[in-house]
Design a protein around this ligand. Sequence first.
Ligand SMILES: Cc1cc2nc3c(=O)[nH]c(=O)nc-3n(C[C@H](O)[C@H](O)[C@H](O)COP(=O)(O)OP(=O)(O)OC[C@H]3O[C@@H](n4cnc5c(N)ncnc54)[C@H](O)[C@@H]3O)c2cc1C
Length: 231
Amino acid sequence: MGYSVSIFETQDKLGGMMNLIPDHRLNKGVVQSDIEFLLTLGDIRVNTGSNIEDPKHLLTQGYDAVCVTVGLWKPIELDIPNADLAIKMVDLLSHPESFDFDGRVAVIGGGATAVDCAVTAKDRGAKHVELFMLEKLSEMPLTPVERQELIDFDVEVSSRIRISGIQKKGRSITGSRQKRLLCRRGCHSARRMYMIWRNRGEKDGYQCSCDGDRHAANNYPGTCPRSLLCW
Ligand SMILES: Cc1cc2nc3c(=O)[nH]c(=O)nc-3n(C[C@H](O)[C@H](O)[C@H](O)COP(=O)(O)OP(=O)(O)OC[C@H]3O[C@@H](n4cnc5c(N)ncnc54)[C@H](O)[C@@H]3O)c2cc1C
């Protein structure tokens, strides 16, 4: 269309969330060469390290139009007790080298980013990593290669579970409270289950908890994570 374009990027390089995808799944050299190619397609100027707080203001600085394409960097909050102790996916995957795990790690979530967090936690020293999610393994939105990673990296998968609280001693995580979901008539997918749940509150499901090395009540095995990641 003949316009000159300026890109304002708050980070020090382009690529957005793609830069958070672990290297074994996405070669960053390919991302960079794609970006370099795209920048040759027109009069495009890049301003990295440039955080735009008021996009409208750009219209007073000689721009004819502003496209806001800022992604989704603020995670959905878990709204459970002690959720502030959990490590956010963005923090872990932006700077995996800042995290060293030793022991058990629980990951809350059942999508591709949860698998990336699980594999990264293993890479960073976790002895045991367990995914907690509403989905069954067969319902996880993964490619066959991503699903295979769960086996290759020996990640445990706990389905039909909702983490309803994080237990702590001081600032240390000692366990989690979990609700085991029961499949009822008309409740055969994780999404449907989540909706029924939201509508009915937290009545459904077994509840179990664990503390230190003690395992759970109600005949349902709990877990005692030292760290929790969520996405
Ligand atoms: C761990 C992980 C794994 C993923 N795996 C896959 C996958 O396998 N397949 C797939 O298709 N997708 C995957 N995705 C999703 C994919 O990365 C995103 O869908 C895609 O990056 C979204 O692009 P976007 O341009 O909309 O937003 P983003 O990539 O988030 O880009 C938005 C950019 O805007 C910048 N920004 C935000 N606010 C401001 C501001 N105020 N001023 C200036 N700049 C700002 C941000 O720094 C960012 O660079 C994955 C994402 C993650 C995190």
